[in-house]
Design a binder for this molecule. Structure first.
Ligand code: ADE
Length: 329
C-alpha cells in the first residue's frame, strides 16, 4: 500500500476499547459467516458518550497473510468508494496495531477488525427465498403494487411485489454505477453479497475480492486465484483469462437479476462449473426466471453479451429500470 492509502487507514482507525459486541444469552450475536471469520453485531461509543450500532467483521484467529491482504483490500476499497446509500459504508477499522505487531502472539491478541454500517435485515438471497411462497400466491391473483416511496425505497408489507423487485434491481444498479465512477471492480457481485437494512435500503457489501483500478486506461485487472472465483457469477473472459473489468461486473449483475426475479434460486443448478464456459460459448444462457417479464429478461441478456464491449452498463441499466418502474406504476 502507498502513503495515501496508509493515511486513509490511519484516519479510519478506532480504539479497540471503544468497540463492544452485542450479546444475547451471553453469546455474541453473529450476523454472517465467511471462510475468513464472522461478522458480529456491535456498538461503537464515541468520546462524547454517544453510541451507535455497527457490524463488526473480524478475521479468525490463525488467519493467513493472504486473508489479511483481502481484508486490507476490503477496507481500502470501502474507503475509496466513499459514501453512497446503496453501498455499505466503512465506519472504522482496527488494523494498525495488527499490522505493526512484531510477532505472531502479539498479533493474535489484536485481530484485525473492520467496522461497517449495520444492515440488519440480512442478505438479499435469504430475504427473497423467505418470501417466495407469499410472492407466488400473490402473483397468481393479480399483479398488484405496494407503495414505493418517491425516492424509490421499497416498502414491503405482507408481500413483496413485482415493483419491489424492480426497485431492488435499480438500487443495486445505482450502487454499482457509483462504484464504477470510482473505478472499483467488485468481482463478487451476487445476491448473497447484497444486504438490506431494517428500512429496506439495499446495500452492496463484501468487497473482499474487489479491486481499485488506478486509471481508466487500465481497464482490465488480472488475478491469479482461481480457487476464489464464484464461477457461476463470473463473466467468461474473467473465468477463462482472469480479465476483470467494469463489464465483468455487469455480467455478474445479470446473474444477480436472475436471482432476484427467481426469488433466490440457485443459478445453473445441476451444471458443473467445468462445463459452464463451453456452454456459454455456444450461446447457452440462464432461462427466463418465473417472475421476470420479457422486458426484464431482455435486460439480463444485455448483461450476458459474450463480448464485454457489447455489454450494457450500469448507467443504461438505471434508465432501463426507471422506465420499467414507470410502466408498472
Ligand atoms: N454490514 C456489513 N456486513 C454485514 C453483515 N454481514 N450483516 C449485517 N450488516 C453488515
Amino acid at each position: 500500500i502507498n502513503d495515501f492509502e496508509w493515511k486513509m487507514l490511519k484516519d479510519s482507525h478506532i480504539n479497540r476499547e471503544s468497540v463492544k459486541c452485542e450479546v444475547e444469552h451471553s453469546m455474541p450475536i453473529i450476523l454472517g459467516t465467511g471462510n475468513f471469520g464472522h461478522v458480529y453485531k456491535g456498538e461503537i461509543s464515541s468520546r462524547d458518550g454517544s453510541k451507535r450500532l455497527v457490524a463488526v467483521k473480524r478475521l479468525n484467529d490463525g488467519y493467513k497473510p493472504k486473508e489479511l491482504g483481502h481484508f486490507l483490500m476490503e477496507a481500502l476499497t470501502l474507503l475509496k468508494a466513499g459514501s453512497h446509500r446503496n453501498v455499505i459504508s466503512l465506519e472504522g477499522s482496527i488494523l494498525l496495531d495488527t499490522l505493526a505487531g512484531s510477532n505472531a502472539e502479539e498479533t493474535l491478541e489484536k485481530p484485525p477488525i473492520l467496522l461497517m454500517e449495520l444492515a440488519d435485515a440480512g442478505n438479499l438471497k435469504h430475504f427473497l427465498q423467505d418470501r417466495r411462497l407469499d410472492f407466488e400466491t400473490a402473483n397468481k391473483c393479480i399483479i398488484q403494487i405496494t407503495e414505493t416511496t418517491s425516492n424509490g425505497d421499497i416498502m414491503i408489507g405482507k408481500n413483496l411485489w413485482l415493483k419491489d423487485l424492480t426497485s431492488i434491481s435499480r438500487q443495486i444498479a445505482m450502487g454499482m454505477n457509483h462504484l464504477a465512477s470510482k473505478k472499483i471492480v467488485h468481482r463478487d457481485l451476487a445476491a448473497r453479497n447484497v444486504l438490506l437494512t431494517s428500512n429496506k435500503i439495499v446495500k452492496i457489501a463484501d468487497f473482499g475480492l474487489s479491486k481499485h483500478m488506478r486509471n481508466l486506461q487500465q481497464l482490465y485487472y488480472r488475478i491469479h486465484e482461481p480457487e476464489m472465483t464464484p464461477a457461476k457469477w463470473t463473466a467468461p473472459e474473467a473465468l477463462c483469462d482472469n480479465i476483470y473489468s467494469l463489464k465483468s461486473d455487469v455480467w455478474s449483475f445479470g446473474v444477480l437479476l436472475w436471482e432476484i426475479f427467481s426469488m433466490g434460486k440457485q443459478p445453473y443448478l445441476g451444471i458443473p462449473v467445468s462445463q459452464l464456459y463451453t456452454r456459454l460459448y455456444r450461446g447457452y444462457r440462464l432461462e427466463q426466471p418465473d417472475f421476470a417479464t420479457k422486458a426484464t429478461y431482455a435486460l439480463m441478456k444485455k448483461c450476458w453479451v459474450w463480448d464485454p464491449k457489447g455489454r450494457t452498463d450500469f448507467s443504461k441499466l438505471i434508465d432501463d429500470f426507471e422506465e420499467t418502474l414507470l410502466s408498472v406504476a
